[in-house]
Ligand binder design. Sequence first.
Ligand SMILES: *Cc1c(COP(=O)(O)O)cnc(C)c1O
Length: 386
Amino acid sequence: MSFLSHLECSRCARQFDAGQWLNLCPHCDSPLLARYDLEAVRRILQREDMAGRPTNLWRYAELLPVRDPACRLTLGEGWTPLLPATRLGAALGLSHLYIKEEGLNPTTSFKARGMAVAVSRACELGAAGFVLPSAGNAGGALAAYAARAGRPAHIYLPAETPVPFVRECEGLGATVTTVRGHIGDAGRSARQEAERSGSFDLSTLREPYRVEGKKTMAFELVEQLNGVPDVIVYPTGGGTGIIGMWKGFAELEAVGWIGPERPRMVTVQAEGCAPIVRAFCEGSERARPWENPETVALGLRVPSAIGDFLILRALRESEGTAVAVGEPAIRAAWGRLGSTEGILTCPETAAALAGLEDLVRDGWIRPEERVVLFDTASGYKYMDIR
Ligand SMILES: *Cc1c(COP(=O)(O)O)cnc(C)c1O
């Protein structure tokens, strides 16, 4: 059973009935977050109860927003392996490096988590169809879960999106429109379509439920490590992963699974599109939009994130940091993960690895710390990229 209680604005803190589909806060246009009766969950859910639960993200049903079990769509998302990276760790001088292998999710990226939950909840609230702007992976994930739900999906991709991402969406039954420009431009087209057709808009952080799927990454880490790691390194675009995990750790403390300890959260971006890194270094609360975003790591080509202040808050509250890496460093790191650990990864994860290497070199990460590097997607859709 779900203990969802209401929606709350992340900026003005106004509360809303969760039984209606809302995109942004009707008062201040900021992201909405799902809230739960955590006191009640604390009384009924112990960590030991998890043994024997489904090995997908619905094992956390109490802390997810879908009330009717019949509405919970699954393709086997979540509960991904946490792989000790002994050889890569030794090369970096880290004794406890782990890789959270999100490439094993349906449609081969962690985007499946958010879409499994958001599409399920939207259908529960009566969605007839969906629209989405995407750099690629979110589009494939939406196409899969919309098909699973028997609802149409219309996906807006930047024109230079590599062919495998387009074919994937089409093969999963979605309608694809390519748009000149970056994901922000695709977003404007998608929103027009949502207004015209009445389809539900699932754009990053413009609805409250994708973050709910992403927070299960934090839940899994706590189960798999029997506690929190010291450092989480995450390639950051729109920020749902960082924001979701940060929310997830707070919920786990409220239900008594962990204490006040937290990992230091690290955002890695590409030098060609690093609005969060720039804002972090400047000490700003919001991030200015990045002009002419360019990087091979397409999921990081997000010039302006509506949840920027939530990402920055998580980085600062956790005593984390934000680093940018250049394109040559991304290309070099790509092969290192493949050849040392047998994981063919995406350029986004390669960027995260390059950032991790910089932080170890600078002494910001100490050799014996427990470090989790997120592999956000597999590399198999990126084979044409040079
Ligand atoms: C979307 C995406 C990211 C960025 O994720 P956010 O959580 O939205 O910041 C990173 N890596 C890959 C492979 C992605 O598809």
